[in-house]
Design a protein around this ligand. Structure first.
Ligand SMILES: [Mg+2]
Length: 258
């Protein structure tokens, strides 16, 4: 069946049928860099912070400061996860290594901390994709670990109420990356067994592999530039790769009917 010959209504019907045939009761999605462009905000604030440090502490150029900040930030991921305070710990560590004055450290932290204050945008294709899934009658749920307050802000910035209630956003422990346990808890919260949901995310480490390991049968990997190097691990099983969420609209009759 040629997907480009199908009308929008036929595509919706096909997707709905595929869901029913596979016993899919809920479509669970990751939020950061799956639905919204969190990576852009991170990159811009890290860049601004590096430029500031290069002015105040010219022993390193902006590019070298950026490398240093990323290196320390990555190093603290295992112990501090994605907590907001982690960026303070990054500047404490960097400040110690380069004997930065307290005021410079504080200002640099302030620049990084803006990450949590800046409105985040939808990724291209996300609005179309979410609207499509909803239209097909598949309830949506979010499983994220970005912290409760920040998640609530993102929900509002992105006007996510168009697609799901705030109650459908499950915020897991932010002190690490999402694990099998996080997805198990996420499924329990959303009232589905792993085999009754689809999981879509951009991280093999935090989304796809743990979901596959607990028995989710249908996973979709959003492949975009926003993948933090820490999350780049081999998939435990090959899954469907999509460039953005709008790919659900024309996922292909050959896949959906399989
Ligand atoms: Mg993500």
């Amino acid at each position: 069946m040629q997907v480009e010959n199908l009308s929008r209504i036929e595509l919706e019907l096909l997707f709905g049928q595929w869901g029913r045939r596979n016993g899919i009761r809920k479509h669970l999605l990751d939020l950061d860099d799956t639905i919204c462009d969190t990576d852009k905000v991170f990159k811009e604030q890290f860049l601004a912070c590096s430029a500031y440090l290069a002015r105040k502490a010219p022993q390193l150029g902006p590019e070298q400061w950026k490398k240093k900040l990323v290196e320390v930030n990555d190093g603290l991921f295992a112990s501090l996860g994605v907590r907001r305070e982690k960026l303070g710990a990054v500047m404490t560590e960097v400040g110690k290594q380069y004997s930065l004055p307290g005021e410079v450290r504080e200002t640099a932290w302030g620049i990084l901390d803006q990450i949590y204050e800046r409105p985040i945008q939808m990724l291209p294709g996300a609005e179309e994709g979410l609207a499509f899934i909803k239209k097909c009658g598949v309830p949506l749920g979010i499983v994220t670990h970005g912290g409760l307050q920040w998640s609530w802000r993102k929900y509002q910035w992105l006007n996510m109420a168009r697609y799901l209630d705030w109650d459908e956003v499950y915020v897991v422990d932010e002190n690490g990356h999402k694990t099998e346990r996080s997805w198990q808890e996420g499924c329990r919260y959303h009232g589905v067994k792993p085999e009754e949901c689809c999981v879509t995310g951009n991280s093999p480490l935090s989304d796809i592999n743990p979901a596959l390991n607990i028995g989710v049968r249908h996973c979709f990997l959003v492949e975009n530039d926003g993948l933090w190097s820490i999350h780049k691990v081999p998939l435990v099983k090959e899954v469907k790769r999509i460039p953005d969420l709008s790919a659900f609209i024309g996922l292909g009759a050959e896949y959906l009917t399989a």
